[in-house]
Design a protein around this ligand. Structure first.
Ligand code: PLP
Length: 387
């Protein structure tokens, strides 16, 4: 039996996979079992920040693997401490809790917000405002946080205490805040799974003001937008706000599973021994890789991310078969005249991997994708849209 048939036989059918078996890669290029080459503009859904099997990252991970692969959180461990220090340095946040995925990073953020609000204001202040069309993860609580009905079906009852507000409806945020029962507002600055939709600046500034006025914590989910993806270290830097909690995952690990919840001044001491934990969180191998990724995200790289982004936007906006382009940095959504799935299939047939977000074609290339490959890939996308 071949791998695809075995996948269907043995793996739970939660994924609608592309008919492509990737067996290896290097940087922005991946190869199938027949040796066909593809330019990868998906990066494992914004995970492979420097592409596949990047030499420096592999060295950092391998070195740590040979030194010690796991200690448990019963002991001190260098890579996880150094990674936390670096994260605090570049974000201005104060403390970090490490986990293994975006959903877990968000779970931790929700726990931190509830614990903080309960201690400061009382147990009835547990609600979290999230936005309609958001995506925060697949656990029962992060599903509850996700403001999209389709993900909720079949899994009720979900964790109570989430209030969904329409993007742009600041009045509703104020009304909810006035009840005195809201602990936090939680949002993605660019709704990734929701269709690569950046939030309007005035709405974000408004949330920030309301949060300050009513003592709500501001939780920014940077699982997809963080770690250089938007041309800044974190997307919140583009909006000029200071969150109380920031969640990271995906690109931070560069290809190994990690989640990080960054705790700001107000909530830095909310957790005490035993109040939260994770067996694998802060794993030294994963943290050594993440430290390598972060050490290479600097002004020079971020400027290049912006340049590449400008190039893509300029090429695609107004091109035949393209109705609109949204996003920031190297997180881009393309609204096409043809169904997105058809464009994605044609791109693949022409050697370019792009993915989907709602009804859009989504691009999340490696942050360091070489310009010649990007040029080739953009030409293919334009051809696929124009056909
Ligand atoms: C904004 C956002 N939050 C949370 C998640 C969940 O992350 P994970 O799949 O690592 O649990 C995702 C995944 O796509 C995401 O895009």
């Amino acid at each position: 039996m071949d791998i695809i048939a075995k996948d269907h036989e043995y793996i739970a059918a939660t994924y609608d996979r592309f008919p492509l078996r990737i067996v290896r890669g290097k940087g922005a290029l991946v190869y199938d079992e027949q040796g066909n080459e593809y330019i990868d503009l998906g990066s494992g859904i914004a995970v492979n920040s420097f592409g596949v099997s990047d030499d420096e990252w592999v060295d950092a991970v391998t070195e740590q693997l040979k030194t010690c692969q796991h200690t448990s959180n019963l002991f001190y461990s260098d890579p996880c401490v150094l990674l936390a220090e670096k994260l605090c340095e570049i974000s201005g946040m104060k403390k970090v809790f490490f986990s293994n995925s975006g959903a877990e990073a968000n779970e931790c953020a929700i726990k931190a917000a509830r614990k903080y609000a309960a201690a400061k204001y009382g147990a009835e202040r547990y609600n979290i405002i999230t936005l309609k069309n958001s995506f925060h993860g697949r656990t029962i609580t992060t599903l509850a946080a996700t403001g999209q009905e389709t993900f909720h079906t079949d899994y009720r009852p979900l964790t109570p205490g989430f209030i969904y507000v329409e993007v742009g409806d600041l009045n509703e945020v104020v009304e909810q805040a006035k009840t005195g029962r809201v602990a936090a507002v939680m949002f993605e600055l660019i709704q990734g799974e929701g269709g690569v939709l950046p939030l309007p600046q005035e709405f974000v500034s408004g949330i920030s003001q309301v949060a300050a006025e009513y003592g709500l914590l501001m939780i920014v989910d940077e699982v997809q937008t963080g770690c250089g993806r938007t041309g800044e270290y974190f997307a919140y830097k583009n909006y000029g706000i200071t969150p109380d909690i920031v969640t990271l995952a995906k690109g931070l690990g560069g290809g190994l599973p990690i989640g990080a919840t960054l705790l700001g001044e107000k909530v830095q001491d909310v957790f005490t021994p035993g109040s939260h934990g994770s067996t694998f969180g802060g794993n030294p191998v994963v943290c050594a890789g993440a430290l390598n990724i972060l050490s290479r995200i600097n002004k020079n790289l971020l400027d290049k991310v912006k340049e590449k982004s400008d190039y893509i936007m300029k090429e695609l906006r107004g091109a035949p078969g393209i109705l609109g382009v949204t996003g920031m940095g190297l997180m881009i959504g393309i609204e096409t005249s043809k169904p997105a799935a058809e464009v994605i299939r044609r791109c693949r047939e022409m050697g370019v991997i792009v993915i989907k977000a709602k009804n859009k074609v989504r691009l999340l290339p490696p942050l360091n994708i070489p310009d010649d490959l990007l040029k080739k890939a953009v030409a293919v996308i334009k051809a696929a849209c124009a056909e």
